[in-house]
Every structure is written in structure tokens, then in C-alpha cells.
Design a protein around this ligand. Structure first.
Ligand code: SAM
Length: 296
């Protein structure tokens, strides 16, 4: 059994037991990034909430620890981790997003933090090779993989003018078909199994893999991505450690104020208009896996 580091999150009192429902959207995503992240960051269609990245890093790693995000996008994990005193390496297949991550590192971090953050271009399925000598020493892998569904940058102004809502060039992170954002169903599962196997190799025994996913509807059916992810990670050799819920709505006076994406809201509204009882999803699944100590 791994020893959990004695790390408490910001407002958590010493000795209290943490809850596994995390309010991570008390302010909007845009507000959380405002003035901190470079404007090119907003072009990325699937970013992690900075408050959520911080919560994961504070809970599952210790200051000075090595944190890796093998699908780092614009570098949210690196930025928040370096601010929290962790050494961070981010990897993304796309040179475009890797360079936005570098721009964020240059923009936000002071000299000391900057020295702790690094971005590499590479394939998450080849993480041990991408990390070289550091493979096997990583304390925490924190990542949000593609969700096996179409994502694109929403342009409401273009839509109001009668253009398409999503620029086709922004779909699935890249036009490059080798980007895992294009994969669905069995192909997605095969590729993600390879990613989680690579994660197992790169973690130290007792290290954590934390994935953030969201269940989606496709063709009227729920795709239970949390379930798919947990079985893939266990198939790769991880132990299932904890399932936390990251609230995407703000808590105000005891009520959850939803902050749905444009997509989510319009899909749910359309479903309701047709009499389909679909709810707005106000959480992401934060799945925590442990590399067993005996796993060399
Ligand atoms: C959900 S996004 C992660 C966003 C990130 N958490 C952030 O806050 O910016 C998934 C990322 O995985 C990247 N990706 C897709 N296939 C990959 C692969 N084989 N290796 C590494 N990165 C990949 C995409 O380019 C995309 O940036």
C-alpha cells in the first residue's frame, strides 16, 4: 500500500478527512485562466480547469515530486504544478499545443518555477522513451485524455453570423489522424490501453495515475468513459484507488449553479424539447489509480 503524502489542499484543515467531491468551478474556466494563460490557449478545445489540476497535484504528490502529463495540451498541469513546487514534464503529440504550453510557461512562471517546468513533443504511447532516464521515477501522472467524441473550438460569433459553430480545422485537436482525438470505440480503447501501459512503466512503484474524463452521449446512448478508463487502467496493471467527482458547477448558498458548455446546454435543451429526460452533467470523473509497490 502506498503512503499518501501529508499534503492538504488550500482550505483543508490539518487532520480533517478530505471529501471526494471537489468544487473546482466556483469561478468560470475563463476567469480561472484570465490574465495567467496566453490568449492562444483559448484555441484549444479541451482544457483542464486550473483549479482541478491544482487539486489533483496537491492531493496526490508532494512538493519537489515529479509530475508528468503525457497529453498536456496547453500545459495546465505543468503550470499549476510548477507553481505548487513540483517538477513537471508535459508531453503532447502536437507541436502546436506544445508551443502554446511553452508560451504559457514563459508567460506565467517566475524564474524559480520556470526552471521546474518542461514540455516535450512526443507520443504518450511511447512515454518511457520520451522521458528517457526519468522513466520509472515519476511520482504522479495527471492527465485528461481525448474523450472519444468530437471536440472543436466553439465560435458563437461566427455561428450568429450563419457560419459553422466549429471551425473544422479545430476539430479533434489536429487534422493529423494519428492524434488520438480522432479515435472512437475499439480503436480508442486499444490506443488508450497502450497509453496506460506506458504510464505504468514510467511511474515509480507506489506512484499515482490520475485521469480526468467525462461521460458523454453519442447517438442517444451514454458512453461511460469513466468505466472504460477504469477497466483499461486495471488491464494495464494499475490498482483502482479512488474515484473523485470534480464539480463543474459553482456551489452558491447550498445550490449548484451549472456552468455547462455551449454544446452540453444545446444538446440537453434539444433533448428536453423532444421529451427526452437528459440531465445536464455537472461533474467530471477524477479516477485515481495506483502502481502497486511490487510492480517493478
Ligand atoms: C483533453 S486534451 C488535454 C488538455 C490539457 N489537459 C490542457 O489543460 O490543456 C488531450 C490532448 O491529448 C493530445 N494527444 C492526442 N493524442 C496524443 C498522443 N498520442 N500523444 C500525446 N498527446 C496526444 C491532444 O493533442 C490534446 O492536446
Amino acid at each position: 500500500m502506498a503512503t499518501l503524502h501529508k499534503v492538504t489542499s488550500g482550505n483543508q484543515q490539518r487532520g480533517s478527512v478530505p471529501l471526494n467531491i471537489w468544487p473546482c468551478a466556483q469561478t468560470s474556466a475563463q476567469w480561472q485562466r484570465q490574465g495567467r494563460y496566453v490568449k492562444e490557449s483559448f484555441e484549444h478545445p479541451g482544457k483542464m480547469l486550473p483549479d482541478l489540476a491544482r487539486r489533483i497535484i496537491e492531493t496526490y504528490s508532494a512538493p519537489g515530486g515529479l509530475v508528468v502529463d503525457p497529453m498536456c495540451g496547453i500545459g495546465t498541469t505543468m503550470i499549476e504544478g510548477a507553481v505548487l513546487g513540483r517538477r513537471c514534464i508535459g508531453v503532447d503529440l502536437e507541436p502546436r499545443w506544445a508551443s502554446v504550453a511553452v508560451a504559457n510557461i514563459d508567460h506565467i512562471l517566475d524564474d524559480e518555477q520556470w526552471a521546474r517546468a518542461e514540455v516535450r513533443v512526443g507520443d504518450a504511447r511511447e512515454l518511457p522513451q520520451v522521458l528517457g532516464d526519468l522513466s520509472g521515477t515519476v511520482d504522479l501522472i495527471a492527465t485528461s485524455p481525448p474523450y472519444a467524441c468530437e471536440v472543436g473550438r466553439v465560435d458563437k460569433e461566427a455561428w450568429a453570423r450563419g457560419d459553422v459553430l466549429c471551425d473544422p480545422a479545430s476539430l479533434n485537436y489536429s487534422a493529423d489522424r494519428s492524434n488520438l482525438g480522432h479515435l472512437r470505440q475499439e480503436q480508442y480503447r486499444e490506443a488508450m490501453l497502450a497509453v496506460y501501459e506506458a504510464c505504468l512503466t514510467t511511474l515509480r512503484p507506489g506512484g499515482f495515475l490520475v485521469t480526468v474524463t467525462k461521460n458523454m452521449h453519442q447517438g442517444g446512448r451514454l458512453v461511460h468513459l469513466a468505466g472504460i478508463t477504469s477497466s483499461l487502467a486495471q488491464q494495464a496493471g494499475f490498482g483502482y484507488f479512488q474515484h473523485n467527482l470534480a464539480l463543474l458547477g459553482g456551489l452558491q448558498d447550498g445550490v449548484i449553479k451549472a456552468r455547462p458548455s455551449f454544446w452540453q446546454q444545446s444538446h440537453a435543451r434539444r433533448a428536453h424539447a423532444c421529451g427526452i429526460r437528459r440531465h445536464l452533467v455537472v461533474h467530471e470523473d477524477v479516477l485515481v489509480f495506483l502502481k502497486p509497490e511490487e510492480c517493478a
